[in-house]
Each structure stands twice: as C-alpha cells, then as structure tokens.
Design a protein around this ligand. Sequence first.
Ligand SMILES: *Cc1c(COP(=O)(O)O)cnc(C)c1O
Length: 400
Amino acid sequence: MEKTLFPPGGSPAGAAAPIPFFSQAATFDELWKEIRAGCVDVLDRGKFSHGAKVAELERRLALWTGATHVVGVNSGTDALVLLLRAAGLRPGDEVVVPAYSFIATASSVVLAGGVPVFADIEERGHGIDPASVDSVAGERTRMVMPAHLFDRLADLRGVCEVARRRGLTVLEDSAEAIGMRLDGTHAGLVGAGGVLSFFPSKTLGAIGDAGALLTDDDDIAETARALRHHGRAGRTLDHFPGIANPTVLSGCNSKMDDLQAAVLLAKLAGLDAGIARRSELATRYDARLREVPGVLAVPGAVPPHPGGNRVCYVYLVEVESRDALAAHLAARGIGTEIYYPVPLHLQPCFSHLGHARGDFPRAEAACARALALPLYPDLSDADADRVCDEVAGFYRGRPG
Ligand SMILES: *Cc1c(COP(=O)(O)O)cnc(C)c1O
C-alpha cells in the first residue's frame, strides 16, 4: 500500500516554501509502517468501535499518565460532558469556568445540564484567576473547571484552595494538557477528573476526532463508561454479570473509533520526543521574539506556577496590531491562528447569561492580542527562524 495520505505540496522555484500553522506529514512518513500495520490490523479484525485497539490505548495512556482509569471517547468535548455528568452535575448546578478558553470549556457545562459561571484570568499567563473564582462562586455553584491552556497548567493549587474552602468539586479541562504535571501528578488527576483531546492538531493527534476521560475515581469512571455507550452497562461494565447491555442511564453515543486508536498507539511511542522537540522550538521562539518591539509578551517570560512544568502545545504571543501582523505573515505563506478570538462571556450562545464587554477585562485583552505561531515537531529550526524574522520585519516596517 503506497502512502498517499499527504501528497507532497511543492512551491514555485525560488519562493520560500509555505510554513503551515500545523502539519504532521513528516511524522506520518516516519511512523508510516506502524500506522499502516495498526490500521490493517483493525481492518482484518473487523471490529471498528471499542475493539482491541481502544482497550490497548486506554491501558497505554493509563501507564503514560498514571491515571487509574482512562475512558476512550469520540472527542475531548464529549469527554468533558461525560466527566461533568459522571461527577454528579445536576440540572441547574453552576460550574465556574474561565472567560478565556476554547468554547467547549463552557458549552460542555450547558450540554451536561449545568450553568456556566465565568471568571477572569490571571494578570500574567492565561489560566483562571483563583481570586476571581472566589468572587463569582455563589450558593448554587457546585464545581469549578479550570482549563490548562497552551503551555502550562492553570494555578491549580490556588483553585483547589478556593474549592476546598467553598466545597466545590474541581474538574479539569486538560484537553490541551497531555504531559503537563503538577508535582508529578498528570493534568486531569489533581482534581476529580480531566480529559484529553486527540483532535489532529493537539500534542497527541489522531486523524479525526477522538478524546479520553482521565480519573482516579472508580465511580466517575464506571458512570462515564456507561454514558459513552448509550447508558448501557453489561458489556462495558463487569457489574451486571449475565445481563446483556442493560440501559441504566440516559447516555449518548460517544464511543471511540478503533482506527483512531490504532493511529494514536503508533504515535504514542513518539510522544516524549515530540514534546521535547516542541520545547526546543518554544525556547528558540522565546529567545528570538522577546526583544522584538511590538511583541508584548512571550510565554517563556512568565514562569509556570510552582510545581508545574512547561509542555508547549501552542506557542502563543501577545502582540500589538495583531490582525495586521497575521495578515502580513499570511501574505508570506506563514500560517497563524487566533486562540481565542471571542471571550466566552461575549459569545452569542451565552448572551442569556447577561454579560457585557468590560466584565472580564483580562480575558478580553487576551482575545484582542493573542496570536499563535506555527509549533509542531515537524517544524525545522530554519522555519522557526523565518517566522521570527518575518514577525520582526513587520514591526520594523510599521509606519510611526
Ligand atoms: C481541543 C479542546 C477541547 C475540545 O476537544 P475536541 O477533541 O476538539 O472536542 C476542549 N477544551 C480545550 C481547552 C481544547 O483545547
């Protein structure tokens, strides 16, 4: 079988090759034998959903993260919904979430029947601010769910302290946080549970959607396993011997696909090396960009919270004239992304919560200034340097 997943691109002679925001073509070339063998094995067995590959991936991820339970599902978003439900969210319960994150951090709360309550982020860094959590939590607040964004954990110690004082359950949106640890404990396992996303551009990416729930709590894992499979016990649980698939809960269909699991198993072997390469590139960007006028903040200038490590999923700078810089880079073939363009409290889908511009100024400022640059193991040093040169060139050439 010839490899045709990623046909070669090619650029006009003389022109610098485009630098996409994300690519895993070289990784696929390198791992092609393992990926192909895993996929052929799935095809030969003919079990495409919750088969041997999903079970093996769950086992391997449990070893890699140290989680007691890993529950494979079809996306990081569904993992969040199942986590909230399995952790006991009741209709109308409030969950404090950051005003600056991917939409699913808050929409998962709505999908699970709860009400998101927004808190602002820290002065430096992009995690939820424990003091803001304390000030927005009220009578009906049952949970708090920080998101670990880009290259570090949120202030989990601070959040856990507020949660303990106020009797809140801590769940973690650790969708971006594979490899991030607090005092050696993997993201998602500091609170009652967390998730992983295997969306293709994530640090461990599939070739489509996939995700997982992580927890050390037996009851959360058991409920999540039933919920991902139409609420059925039986074959997904050992607790009802002799009963074939009884429906014990109103669940959903969030099963993981074995082809995705086969790809992820092949890529898992290179995860540590991929994280190390990301870290090298982030350090390179930090060194070259920190002195560029117009670049307001490089992530490396802000140390992680005590006990936390740095694992760079997204390299995000805050800059002046963000949209003009993005257009300048696009015109030179360099892909960028805006994480996140609109603060969650101003998203139309949450307008019923009654927020206005100005409610969470730090989240709003981050949305206006943040730009993510290309960062993935396939990126060469020369390409990273060219990105830095073009960023510096933009600010040098600015009028005024
Ligand atoms: C990617 C991501 C999700 C959702 O994961 P999907 O697998 O895309 O559903 C949730 N939260 C955060 C912070 C993410 O980055």
